[in-house]
Design a protein around this ligand. Sequence first.
Ligand SMILES: CCC/C=C/C=C/C(=O)SCCNC(=O)CCNC(=O)[C@H](O)C(C)(C)COP(=O)(O)OP(=O)(O)OC[C@H]1O[C@@H](n2cnc3c(N)ncnc32)[C@H](O)[C@@H]1OP(=O)(O)O
Length: 278
Amino acid sequence: MLSTLFRPLPVLLNMSRKNISLARMSSKTKSAYETLSVSVPKEFVYHVMLNRPDKLNAMNRTMWLEIQKCFEELDEDENCRVIVLSGAGKLFTAGLDFRDLMEMAPAFAAQEDVARKAKLIRKFIVTYQNSVTSLEICKKPVLAAVHSACVGGGINIITAADIRYCTKDAWFQVKEVDLGMAADVGILQRLPKVIGSDSLARELCYTEVLDIAEQISKKSPVAIQGTKYSIVYGRDHSVQEGLDQMAIWNQLMMQSEDFAQATMGQISKEPNVNFSKL
Ligand SMILES: CCC/C=C/C=C/C(=O)SCCNC(=O)CCNC(=O)[C@H](O)C(C)(C)COP(=O)(O)OP(=O)(O)OC[C@H]1O[C@@H](n2cnc3c(N)ncnc32)[C@H](O)[C@@H]1OP(=O)(O)O
């Protein structure tokens, strides 16, 4: 289980529940966010909370953009020396917001030419990559405190943090293959390095459980093959080179029928999709 590789420290979450008003924050960090809550539980300690509890902290476009804005601001804020990142409500995050994906689909579909479609998709991927990378670029240490579920996009986010803590009930799922895509905003580049086991990272990215062969065979071949290619590429390249490769790869592969079929399967809770041979 991936959870065994993260350090359990529920105390962090308790500390963070003290909500200290925005008025106490420095003048440089006074943005109000729609999807994040920022407080200062102790001097120099800032607490950023993913704050869409009624949506299981699903990461919509606003949240991706606000994460980057927030970490860029805290990077500049001299009153901030360390940042705790957690999720409000019953779990850390349910990952990428499906509704957001559905809203973006018509814009992609409106472009008929593959190069123009790819240009649009690339912009979307790189925007979300930059959001995750903002935690890594931020000069202040970021401590991720995870409780209950941390799915898909959430793993991207915490692998860019400095230290990961979790409660005993926490569980982690690299879920992108179930959407018919290779994870493209940092998991494949950072997770193997973070957990120090290329073998375990591959198992988690392909499947999550031990009956490996059967599970892999039922998933999208576009997603599995893209995942493998990108992990191997990531092993021999820098994180940024891996992210660049990923954006090029998925600007094409997210146009495949596997992506649409797998995403619909997840939304309708009928994940048994018969993918075409590849
Ligand atoms: C360029 C792109 C870069 C980013 C890529 C990122 C990719 C990913 O993040 S892939 C992972 C996507 N997420 C998932 O597949 C998780 C789906 N959700 C679940 O498996 C469960 O909800 C969960 C185990 C997290 C919690 O289960 P629980 O039984 O407690 O709750 P549910 O009844 O399933 O859900 C409650 C309502 O929340 C809605 N919801 C859940 N997840 C999402 C989501 N990711 N996006 C939008 N909405 C979500 C769910 O539909 C329920 O809504 P309602 O039926 O209206 O009550």
